[in-house]
Design a protein around this ligand. Sequence first.
Ligand SMILES: N[C@@H](CCC(=O)N[C@@H](CS)C(=O)NCC(=O)O)C(=O)O
Length: 220
Amino acid sequence: MTTTLYWISGSPFAWRAMLVLEHKGIKYESQRLDASKEEQKTAEFLAINPRGKVPALRDKDTTIYESLAIMEYLERIKPEPNLFGSSASESAAVKQCICELDNYTLRALMGIVQPVLFTDGTQALPDMKDAIVESHREFQFMEDRLASSDYLASDRLTAADFAFVPALEYVLRAADKQQISEDGFGFSPLGERYPNIAAWQGRMSTIPALAKAYPPHWRD
Ligand SMILES: N[C@@H](CCC(=O)N[C@@H](CS)C(=O)NCC(=O)O)C(=O)O
């Protein structure tokens, strides 16, 4: 085995890299790191990613970090099934969508996910107001896009769809913490406000890679 993925269960960035590995059927060795033991900050791992973050990928003599770089590398070493577009405009649409997700959508969603899932939950709901408004704006972008296309960046599955899966799962997980928000922050049930995203989620759920890359600690 020459390809190794370093990941932390539940990391949305590692999750998308694993989705691409699984979907392309690339054999890889799984190196799961335990964030509670700060295994991503050991000297051994810092030699792989000096930023001490996952995902990181090793393939023969190549070491890469940053999920977008990893996904694109995987596309280059195994071009099929194509996930990064087969024309200049389709490739640009895929990258544009992933950049939007990383620069706007994930940032907005973290304003909900972080206090709900990663703190003791005592942060007052009013403090999250801006993040909720911003997150809905981002979801509306996705909703509108999915009104005219079955997938986010093209009329077929691309890496952009895999990049959005973890973000959606996170916000739904936070939304289902009913003791904090009775209306699931307006995200749950998803189909009520965002029928196109819910339909997309249904299509995505049939892809075998999704079950394979689902965070193991969320299964329990
Ligand atoms: N821009 C990076 C983000 C990577 C990232 O933030 N990873 C987080 C997990 S989601 C991490 O490893 N955090 C551990 C830490 O910072 O100690 C990418 O796309 O790969």
